[in-house]
Design a protein around this ligand. Structure first.
Ligand code: GLN
Length: 366
């Protein structure tokens, strides 16, 4: 656990309410109304039991790993909270954490909140492969963790088994943790998703984060989780306890049902997205972009430079105002914004008509 949380124990409310249940005592302790017959009061801090079980069952299906839903699963308010709780719960000021750029913006921000020193390795087009030598020389005795996001936002890159194996052996050799954001794991089109936790020797040093949002097209539910061995889970849970205390109770019950979806659901999701991806990718190529191959996620990154705008931000401004289409400039996803100035990101998680109209506008006006 990070030093900032060392002095804190399990919250007094959790302690007392657990004792109330254990001893069958009248609970005049924790402040929650009992004159209500729904599932509307605080959930257990680390998750509603049924949901923790469903997460463990899903993880076993996906990775083959058998985990303890009571000791190794923490339910959070979206993966964003899992990320924040992981950083604040496990990272001390001055610890070095390695990110691969471009990176989702909350990693750097939450590491900043935790006082970490961010080290950054840039993944470069066309394939965004991990520069292993650079990674080796970036790891130091102060490196506490490497953050991996696969499938990767914004590029759609999926870390290959070879890359993950190499990163894993470096982590074991140098006693480094892995924080892995796998929210796009069910949007893996060109290869099978591989969880870092499933590689030999890695479970004990990995925090695996995921959520319901992308898999079930429920981004507004804000239901996520972190899976980690007990010694890492303690840190995540302590931060979570004092960030949000517990996650929305009714949503956890609904989420339990979602997670038990049959295999056919996931197959259909993939087929639907592949059709959308084909429309957008072909459309962007027809418009004249250099489109970089995306293996997973619902994003695709393109080089905009042939249209003559100065950088990604200028291009996106032009695209919005003159063409009527929005894309995300990627320079915000780098420590050095210059590295992203040629690239912008489009998403294809929209209905087919919307994708086609956007392509039409760009064909006409760009
Ligand atoms: N994860 C989504 C994206 O990358 C949305 C993020 C957000 O709105 N904070 O576009």
């Amino acid at each position: 656990v990070a030093k900032r949380l060392e002095k804190f124990k399990t919250t007094i409310f959790t302690q007392m309410s657990m004792l109330a249940i254990k001893h069958g005592a009248i609970n005049l302790g924790q402040g929650f109304p009992n004159f209500d017959d729904g599932k509307n009061q605080y959930a257990r801090g680390y998750g509603v039991p049924d949901f923790n079980n469903a997460i463990a069952a899903r993880f076993k299906k996906d990775t083959g790993l058998v985990i303890d839903p009571e000791k190794e699963v923490t339910v959070t308010s979206g993966c964003s909270e899992a990320i924040a709780a992981t950083m604040l719960g496990l990272i001390d000021p001055g610890d070095e954490v390695i990110l691969f750029a471009p990176f989702y913006d909350s990693y750097e921000a939450t590491l900043s909140m935790a006082g970490a020193k961010v080290k950054c390795i840039t993944l470069r087009p066309p394939d965004f492969a991990v520069p292993i030598d650079e990674l080796k020389s970036t790891i130091s005795k102060n490196t506490r963790a490497i953050l991996i996001n696969t499938p990767h936002n914004p590029t759609g890159k999926m870390f290959t088994r070879e890359e993950l194996n190499t990163i894993a052996s470096l982590c074991i050799e140098n006693d480094v943790l892995v924080f892995t954001d796998e929210v796009y794991d069910k949007l893996a089109f060109e290869m099978d998703h591989i969880s870092m936790a499933s590689l030999p020797g890695m479970y004990e040093r990995t925090v695996t984060m995921n959520s319901l949002g992308k898999t079930f097209s429920l981004t507004g539910w804000k239901i996520g989780w972190a899976i980690a061995p007990p010694h890492l889970t303690w840190g995540v849970r302590q931060a979570h306890s004092f960030l949000t205390f517990a996650t929305s109770t009714p949503m956890q019950y609904a989420a339990t049902v979602a997670l038990q979806a049959p295999d056919s659901y996931f197959a259909e999701l993939k087929t639907d997205y592949m059709a959308k991806k084909a429309i957008l990718v072909q459309g962007l190529k027809d418009v004249g972009f250099k489109v970089f191959p995306s293996s997973g996620t619902y994003f695709v990154v393109v080089d905009h430079t042939r249209f003559g705008l100065d950088n990604d931000i200028a291009f996106c401004e032009y695209l919005i105002k003159e063409v009527g289409v929005v894309a995300i400039p990627t320079s915000v996803f780098y420590l050095n914004p210059e590295d992203g100035k040629n690239l912008v990101r489009f998403t294809f998680c929209k209905d087919e008509e919307t994708l086609r109209s956007a392509v039409e506008r760009m064909k006409e006006k760009l």
